[in-house]
Design a protein around this ligand. Structure first.
Ligand code: ADP
Length: 715
């Protein structure tokens, strides 16, 4: 099998690598960008989530704190009024302190702010254990004063209460004025321990992850809760809108910035999977493209095989060593060996035994011309070579071998591809055609001889009849002179010698003319060069007019001759041209003889200048236009079609060669001949016929006119 054609390649023959590399680079860059974006987005997301969690904790803590302070207030307001109550205040206060660990101490004061009763929380050490209460009541007093004015509970600012062992705690005083209608009856002052307040919130989620603090507006931390320490990154701060206390609740997540490494590896895994996906998609597409290309290739191969099998031309491929690598069925049929035998043979079995050495030498020579295997592709060996092959049975036959270099996909010369044409049939046909041509030529020679004989008899008829009539006339003259009627003594006619001389000269002229006719016709048949000479047309007419007139006289026809002055000059074979004029004139006279009334029998001969003016340009000197017009019946259409056909005649004694000869002569002189029926006469009879022919001028009109001027008129 032949090497398969290469897959699509660039114009310089290399496969398209560059665009693919660019695609891969773009893919890698895209993957990198995607991974970086992924990492950034993940980090952002994680940070936002952490911040959200802090916000959630802050919101929950704030809600819980508000709710706690609300119930605290309600509990304080629910405490018995004091001395007048059925339940002792101290017992109720202690009970309440047990329920609210955030409150360190409860005091009931009268309307003059004197302490009526106090109760310390049983859950902790007394708040004012180390520092006497009296020294720390300024805040409480201010708060109660404000509470009294607003008639609503109020918190004091936070204050530090030192404890035992160098410790201490931040507390706030919550003051609830006690009113009896519009009268102030006293105050309940609760000391709220801030850290306990936070601990008491008991939020389910925050203990390990978030640090809760209560801070002042300037950021000073007053209390904190939770085992976790805040990292100071995800902070949520909310205003603790306790009446009178401008404090804030702050939630600080223990969580730090999200770590890059796990995100990076996630992104890497994701990116690689994306890359893998892209590669798979590309591979699938590539696979599909390959499949399509393969199917196209298979179709092309099938098409080529069908084409090669159907060819009647033999195809043969050889490698550089001359070994056959492929032959098509037509080649096998031609030489009578199968493909396997041809490819296996060292010496092709179709080489005629006696020429093997020659053929081998030729092959070696060609290999040396072709150069090295795989080298530059030779171009000079494409022309066809005629040689001889041998069929299986030993029959030699001529072949034409067209050989072209075989070039592989990389542009390397790998061998030779030949188209082999069996020339046997062509040779047979050529031999046959040669024989036929020879036969044809022989027939043509015979026909020419016949034609020549016909022409001669036809054309010699006129000079001979002229000679005959001159001879008869001369004899009559002589007989008249010698007749007894004139008497022996009578004097001989003095004009007789002159007349006889004239008649004999005419006879001699006509004999000479007959000789020229024979020579010219002979020349035409033998295709010898004609005797061309430049003649003025009046000279032509001068020669033919006596004969024309002689013929016209018999039928009473008048002859009109119109020649321009100066007469055009043409380069012609004079004898043949005179023959043409004679033929046309004779035909015209004969056409009028019989049908046309004698009075109307006029034969008009005319020559005109045509073209050749200044506008005709160089090299175009114009034409002399001849016309021969008769008053006969004209030509019927069916006759017109065959007019110039040799041997076509409507006359009983006619040869039908006159017009065909005319056309041959005119065309040989570079002119054209045609004819035209003239309009019918008033009585309906034919209006006659005109034959026209042209001849190229030998001398341009201006030159002829100048030559014709009298000497005095010349410049
Ligand atoms: P031939 O004169 O021997 O018949 P030609 O070739 O000269 O041969 O003419 C062929 C035919 O053309 C004539 O037989 C005649 O019918 C026709 N023909 C030629 N000239 C004329 C003419 N002037 N008028 C009518 N018919 C003509």
């Amino acid at each position: 099998m032949l090497p398969l054609p290469a897959l699509p390649a660039t114009t310089d023959g290399r496969p398209r690598r560059a665009p693919r590399a660019v695609l891969w680079a773009a893919l890698v860059v895209l993957l990198l960008v995607a991974q970086i974006l992924l990492v950034m987005l993940t980090l952002n997301y994680e940070e936002a989530r952490a911040q959200e969690r802090s916000d959630d904790v802050a919101a929950a803590a704030l809600a819980a704190l508000r709710q706690r302070s609300q119930t605290l207030l309600q509990a304080i307001q629910a405490l018995p009024a004091g001395d007048a109550a059925e339940l002792p205040w101290a017992a109720a206060a202690t009970e309440m302190l047990r329920r609210y660990p955030a409150i360190g101490r409860l005091e009931r004061r009268d309307h003059q702010w004197r302490v009526a009763e106090t109760a310390d929380s049983p859950l902790r050490r007394p708040v004012f254990e180390r520092w006497p209460r009296a020294e720390l009541e300024r805040e409480a007093l201010t708060t109660c004063d404000a509470a009294r004015r607003s008639s609503a509970a109020r918190y004091s600012r936070s204050q530090f209460v030192p404890g035992l062992g160098g410790l201490g705690q931040e507390v706030m005083q919550l003051c609830q004025p006690l009113l009896d209608g519009a009268n102030l009856t006293g105050y309940i002052v609760a000391t709220v321990v801030l850290s306990a307040l936070l601990d008491d919130l008991r939020l389910p989620v925050n203990a390990q992850t978030h640090e809760l603090s209560i801070v002042e507006a300037d950021g000073t931390r007053l209390a904190r809760s939770g085992s976790a320490r805040g990292a100071g990154i995800y902070i949520a701060q909310r205003l603790l809108d306790l009446p009178g206390a401008p404090l804030q609740l702050r939630v600080d997540a223990a969580e730090r910035h999200p770590s890059l490494i796990p995100n990076l590896s996630t992104a890497l895994v994701l990116g690689l999977s994306m890359g893998l996906f892209c590669v798979v998609v590309l591979l699938v597409r590539d696979g599909r493209r390959r499949a399509r290309a393969e199917s196209r290739l298979a179709e092309a191969l099938a098409f080529r095989k069908a084409m090669e099998d159907s060819l009647s031309t033999g195809l043969r491929a050889r490698d550089l060593a001359g070994r056959i690598v492929y032959v098509n069925p037509a080649f096998c049929a031609m030489v009578g060996h199968d493909a396997a035998a041809l490819m296996a043979a060292d010496v092709p079995p179709y080489w005629p035994a006696e020429q093997v050495l020659d053929y081998q030498r030729r092959q070696t020579e060609r290999r040396s011309v072709a150069g090295e295997p795989g080298g530059a592709v030779p171009t000079a060996l494409r022309e066809g070579v005629e040689t001889e092959f041998m069929r299986r049975g030993g029959e030699r036959f001529p072949v034409m071998v067209y050989e072209a270099p075989l070039v592989d996909g990389q542009g390397r010369h790998t061998g030779w591809m030949s188209a082999v044409l069996d020339l046997s049939d062509q040779r047979r046909v050529e031999a046959l055609s040669r024989q036929q041509q020879e036969r044809l030529a022989a027939t043509a020679r015979l026909a020419s001889m016949g034609e020549m004989a016909s022409l001669l008899s036809h054309e010699l008829n006129q000079p001979l009849s002229a000679i005959a009539s001159y001879a008869t006339g001369s004899l009559n003259l002589i007989a008249g002179a010698a007749s007894p009627a004139t008497g022996a003594g009578s004097k001989p006619d003095p004009d007789l010698p002159g007349l006889l001389h004239q008649a004999l000269s005419r006879i001699a002229e006509q004999a000479e003319r007959a000789g020229r006719v024979i020579k010219s016709v002979h020349d035409i048949v033998r295709r010898r060069d004609q005797a061309f000479e430049v003649v003025a047309v009046d000279q032509l007419f001068e020669a033919v007019m006596p004969l024309v007139r002689m013929q016209a006289r018999g039928s009473g026809t008048r002859i009109e001759l119109q020649l321009p002055q100066p007469a055009p000059q043409v380069r012609v074979d004079r004898t043949m041209l005179e023959q043409v004029l004679l033929n046309l004139a004779r035909n015209g006279i004969q056409a009028m003889d019989g049908g046309t009334p004698v009075a109307q029998r006029v034969l008009s001969l005319r020559v005109d200048w045509v073209g050749g003016g200044a506008a005709a340009g160089p090299g175009r000197s114009g034409w002399a236009a001849f016309s021969v017009t008769d008053q006969g019946p004209g030509i019927a259409p069916e006759v017109a079609q065959r007019l110039f056909t040799p041997f076509f005649t409507t006359k009983g004694e006619g040869m039908g060669l006159g017009l065909s000869l005319c056309r041959t002569v005119i065309e040989q002189h570079g002119g054209v001949i045609d004819h035209e029926n003239l309009p019918a006469r008033a009585d309906g009879s034919g209006g006659g016929l005109v034959f026209r022919f042209t001849l190229p001028l030998a001398v341009p009109r201006q030159a002829a006119a100048a030559a014709a001027l009298p000497d005095t008129a010349r410049p």
